[in-house]
Design a protein around this ligand. Structure first.
Ligand code: AMP
Length: 194
């Protein structure tokens, strides 16, 4: 039998009775869950699942991104895996297509790929290049900007297959890890910076 779950502290309502009264950073901040030492000791994991589980908070986040890029993009690209959830909802809301940026070996068709360094070792990400028209204006999204290695690689991968990447949008930026500087002059927007 499964062990009983330890009770969690009560969470604040991330939106409150008047959703128009809150800015998006406050909604994100109130609907995040910090998980210490996950997936390895020393990492404070920023868990967006409570935000996704609250339709008002999720809707406010999607509306914020959609408003900033309305009429200015042809595709949304999301980074595996939580970037898929945000990205697919956003693409649908904006009436544009969605491109998954996947870890190596997951996409079945002909892929373009790029490898980049991690703290220990390296990683490879891939896209189906033929789903991206030459010159397509692409908005890249993910849940968390940490060191910036993943977003930078995804941006450069999309560019290498002919996309015009207009911005990287993330729900949370961990400013101490320097991801924004690593992205250089690539337009980077974070809903909440901590
Ligand atoms: P990085 O390449 O270092 O910017 O790491 C970004 C990727 O790792 C994103 O796809 C995030 O989903 C994930 N990630 C890194 N750090 C965290 C964290 N503290 N909490 C949640 N996800 C993280």
């Amino acid at each position: 039998m499964a062990a009983p779950l330890a009770p969690e502290a009560p969470r604040p309502d991330p939106v409150g009775p008047d959703p128009t009264a809150l800015d998006v950073a406050a909604v994100v901040s109130r609907s995040l869950r910090d998980i210490p030492d996950f997936p390895v000791p020393g990492v404070l994991f920023k868990d967006i699942t409570p935000l996704l589980a609250d339709p008002r908070a999720f809707g406010i986040v999607v509306a914020d991104l959609a408003g900033r890029h309305a009429g200015a993009i042809d595709l949304v690209a999301g980074i595996e895996a939580r970037g898929f959830v945000l990205g697919a909802a956003l693409a649908h809301a904006m009436g544009v297509g969605f491109i998954p940026v996947r870890k190596a070996g997951k996409l079945p068709g002909r892929t373009a790929s790029i490898s980049y360094d991690l703290e220990y070792g390296s990683a490879t990400i891939e896209v189906h290049a033929e789903d991206i028209a030459d010159g397509a204006r692409v908005l890249l999204v993910d849940d968390v900007l940490a060191t910036g290695g993943t977003a930078l690689a995804a941006w450069d991968l999309l560019t290498s297959v002919g996309a015009d990447v207009v911005a990287f949008e993330t729900i949370i930026e961990l400013s101490a890890l320097g991801g924004r500087a690593r992205l250089g002059d690539r337009r980077t927007v974070a809903l909440l910076t901590v």
